[in-house]
Design a protein around this ligand. Structure first.
Ligand SMILES: Cc1cc2nc3c(=O)[nH]c(=O)nc-3n(C[C@H](O)[C@H](O)[C@H](O)COP(=O)(O)OP(=O)(O)OC[C@H]3O[C@@H](n4cnc5c(N)ncnc54)[C@H](O)[C@@H]3O)c2cc1C
Length: 586
């Protein structure tokens, strides 16, 4: 998605005390352009120089994913100009984009006759003290993904004065990068699709996925809650359709029905943002909530900050909708240590802020945090490097092995996340797909991963085993057995379909490609009741505090996750939380 950001020097001078390193002076004034490889393609920057300063940096062309890259696209140029420095830290979660911008600006500095090495040593801007501000509202919604936007809409419908803040420059979080498919049980909107959108059908599929490869008792899903929320998802879709969200029709992932948003997740956010604005909701972006403010146990607001100000926001009720914690490595290690080698595809903003704030205010955390396992993937940096070829590197037709060189599952799973679940159960990472060199075009792609440490090569299977740290005889035995199954067209170990059983060539070279389980987000959060009221360990309510979305989603899933099973549930809980918060004011 294209975004043009221009940061003017004059504006920055007002905010910061500029430090102009002498070695950086003496540019050839003018505008220069350069490109460097980002995550989704080249990132082109334009840099304007006066004779003694970098006056402006502009990302003029790029195709990066907005919800992931926008903090880098906006923040890195701003920091370069403000500090007259290239000693700028990459934005966590958007390091490839950050590095692309810095590399391209460095090129421009050279073109302008400057000294990039000196700029890499230059100190950043001196910090200026932030001003203090106060704001007041009835209902404060923290976070502008589907849960927060829904809460803001219903609270505004109920007549409350609503303020929604989001820490990012654009609303949307993971919702904006999602497919925009909402589970919809018994909706009017999809009535004419002719598809069976009954609760019973949905629950049958839910049970099938939840129980895949899981034995024993589990706290989850909390069936009563699941059914209570699922049965309202159709009404939620109808409400959204009546409030400006355009759905293009019914879509079946497994054996259930979703409403497909026209324009996917990014359009969903735009439709809902417009609806909020139309309803009179005040939206403040780049505003991060840091802590809840409590008075006699009641939540009465938050402390927040923007780039210029520390703000105390007084509110009669606060709805936390800051998404999950899957992009916070420390929180994942603490709460879901079984997922340390899984890769989150959620928005970088999902750092568990709201969960932390609620816990600090006395909320109870659902036990056994986990993740929304959605499938498997090669490393994002490798995928970015090989472009379209990444689509060929899916496990279905290849042999997949664990760190010991042993096969651990049927590679072509019964549903998308099945193999990821098998990996976590096996728990002997890293995992690899094993390929031969019979596809010459693909071989170039495989070679490209060697330098990144994402692919490995051996002229024989035994040599490949050594490259991945497995015992040569173990991998050789695995390959021999797999080839034998392929020869008879029957996988006697895991039941993979005959057409997907393709023997490895008798001659090398052979390659191993690292494969990771992936997450759509976390399955965790703070305990709420069915209206989204946040509860303490003793079951009592924390007055004035509500939560929805990935902030409070653990009860819906077991260790498996139903694909596209979030947005419909979280919008429903968001609508309930917003309405309940507004109701509390009466
Ligand atoms: C690639 C992908 C595709 C997906 N597709 C689907 C799909 O089609 N259907 C489906 O049902 N699910 C899908 N999912 C899952 C789903 O998108 C998410 O679970 C859901 O969007 C989470 O919504 P949320 O409102 O809880 O959080 P988010 O949408 O992440 O919103 C949280 C917001 O809070 C803000 N925030 C965080 N901390 C603060 C703070 N301290 N102060 C202020 N603001 C803050 C963030 O900036 C963000 O805007 C997908 C996930 C991924 C990764």
């Amino acid at each position: 998605m294209k975004r043009i950001i221009s940061i003017a020097l004059s504006a920055m001078i007002a905010l910061t005390l500029l430090v102009l390193p002498a070695s950086a002076a003496g540019y050839k004034a003018g505008e220069y352009e350069a490109s460097a490889q980002g995550m989704m393609g080249p990132v082109k920057v334009k840099v304007s120089f006066t004779e003694d300063a970098i006056a402006a940096v502009e990302a003029v062309e790029q195709q990066e994913t907005e919800a992931i890259a926008s903090p880098a696209i906006e923040g890195i140029p701003r920091q370069i100009v403000a500090g007259q420095t290239l000693a700028v830290d990459a934005v966590s979660g958007a390091t490839v984009t950050s590095t692309a911008i810095l590399t391209a600006v460095e090129d421009c500095v050279l073109q302008a006759g400057g000294a990039p090495e000196a700029l890499k040593l230059a100190a950043g801007p001196a910090q200026v003290e932030k001003k203090q501000e106060n704001m007041t509202t009835d209902v404060l919604v923290v976070g502008g993904g589907i849960a927060g936007l829904s809460a803001a809409m219903s609270a505004a419908d109920a007549g409350a004065k609503v303020l929604l803040i989001d820490k990012m420059p654009a609303l949307g979080g993971t919702t904006a990068i999602s497919g925009g498919f909402l589970i919809a049980v018994d909706s009017e909107t999809l009535k004419d699709s002719g598809k069976d959108d009954s609760l019973e059908r949905m629950l049958n599929w839910w049970d099938y996925v939840m129980n895949y490869n899981e034995e024993g008792e589990s706290l989850y899903p909390d069936r009563e809650r699941l059914i209570d929320v699922l049965k309202d998802t159709g009404k939620t879709v109808d409400y959204l359709a009546a409030n400006g969200v355009v759905f293009s029709g019914a879509f079946e992932f497994g054996d259930y029905v979703c409403a497909a948003t026209e324009g996917r997740g990014s359009a969903l956010v735009q439709f809902m943002e417009k609806s909020c604005t139309d309803k009179g909701v005040t939206i403040v972006k780049n505003c991060k909530a840091n802590a809840l403010v409590q008075k006699d146990g009641q939540v009465v607001g938050v402390t927040a900050e923007t780039e210029e100000a520390v703000i105390t926001i007084e509110a009669k009720a606060v709805v936390l909708a800051t998404g999950g914690l899957s992009q916070n490595a420390d929180m994942m290690a603490e709460y879901a240590p079984g997922l340390t080698y899984a890769v989150s595809q959620a928005a970088v903003s999902n750092t568990g802020d709201g969960i932390r704030m609620a816990l600090e205010a006395g909320a109870e955390l659902y036990p056994e945090s986990w993740g929304a396992l959605n499938g498997t993937a090669i490393a994002a940096a490798y995928a970015a490097q090989i472009g379209e070829d990444a689509k060929k590197l899916v496990p279905d037709a290849y042999l997949s092995v664990n760190a010991q060189g042993n096969r651990y599952a049927r590679e072509k799973g019964e549903f998308r996340a099945a193999l990821a679940h098998d990996m976590l159960k096996d728990n002997q990472p890293p995992y690899f797909m094993i390929l031969d060199a019979s596809d010459a075009a693909l071989q170039t792609t495989l070679e490209a991963g060697l330098a990144l440490g994402e692919t490995f090569k051996g002229t024989t299977v035994e040599e490949l085993a050594q490259a991945i740290g497995a015992k040569p005889e173990d991998l050789a035995a695995t390959v021999k057995q797999y080839n034998a199954y392929a020869a008879i067209g029957k996988d006697e170990a895991f039941g993979k379909e005959a057409e997907a059983l393709i023997a490895l060539a008798a001659e090398g070279p052979y390659y191993a490609v690292k494969l990771y389980p992936t997450l759509f987000g976390s399955a965790s959060g703070v305990v709420t009741d069915l209206q989204g009221r946040v509860l303490k360990a003793d079951g009592g309510v924390i007055p004035g505090l509500y939560a929805a979305g990935e902030m409070s989603n653990r009860p819906f899933y077991r260790k498996n996750y139903v694909l596209a099973a979030s947005l419909g549930l979280y919008a429903t809980m968001g609508l309930r939380a917003g309405a309940a918060a507004a109701e509390m004011l009466k």
